[in-house]
Design a protein around this ligand. Sequence first.
Ligand SMILES: Nc1ncnc2c1ncn2[C@@H]1O[C@H](COP(=O)(O)OP(=O)(O)OP(=O)(O)O)[C@@H](O)[C@H]1O
Ligand SMILES: [Mg+2]
Length: 244
Amino acid sequence: MTVVETSTEALLEFRGVEAHYGPVQALRSIDIRISKGEIVSLIGANGAGKTTLLSTIFGAPRASRGEILHRGEDIAKLPTNRVAARGIALVPEGRQIYADMTVEENLMMGTTAIGMSGYEDDRAAMFDLFPRLKERRNQIAGTMSGGEQQMLAIGRAMMARPELILFDEPSLGLAPLIVKRIFEVLAEIASMGKTIFLVEQNAHHALRLSNRAYVMVNGRIHMSGESASLLDNEDVRKAYLGLH
Ligand SMILES: Nc1ncnc2c1ncn2[C@@H]1O[C@H](COP(=O)(O)OP(=O)(O)OP(=O)(O)O)[C@@H](O)[C@H]1O
Ligand SMILES: [Mg+2]
């Protein structure tokens, strides 16, 4: 494999990353590069290894080979809290909000990596983005709709003041109108200067939002490029967009 050296340092870079679950190899020589300010998407079918890839950033599972560089430093062996403290937040697959806690308590949990100083201001900014969460701040999170819970999961990640946000299938299981709203929110978050790495099965929306994209098949990066050209690519259209 040839490593292409470029002049600008990537914000996040995977170099030859592999990962295993016991004897089963889930990631194979992954090379991905994300620059500051980009929206990069990763699309692929069920079981391709997308969640595993995001999980290696936080060390579960740990990369068994290769490097995960954040600002040029290898973070593959750091404990989860140290990764979070570097300004990387995850909006996990299936939301994983604290269902028995209120909206407000869930938001507080998002500050673990940075502490509570500045909480009020951060919360106000977040409520500007999600007025619905402001209305529902005292509601038990598990009683909210799927769309509201997804907004809360995003809001909680934002409370850590991340520079880079990793989204794992934020549109999964939501109605088309809510999906549209989620993608509008992602665009707003990007316009706030955040860098976004978006994992999605909803390839159409993901490719329309992102600048660049990677296509994952069976634990490998199968294809990558400008999102606009992948949208026009015949193989991508057949496999992921249901078009011929
Ligand atoms: N904790 C685990 N233990 C063993 N195998 C696992 C574990 N988690 C994932 N796998 C396996 O690793 C492979 C990749 O799974 P992963 O969850 O990363 O896929 P994915 O692309 O996120 O799929 P989906 O779109 O369904 O979320 C699959 O074959 C899966 O069965
Ligand atoms: Mg997944």
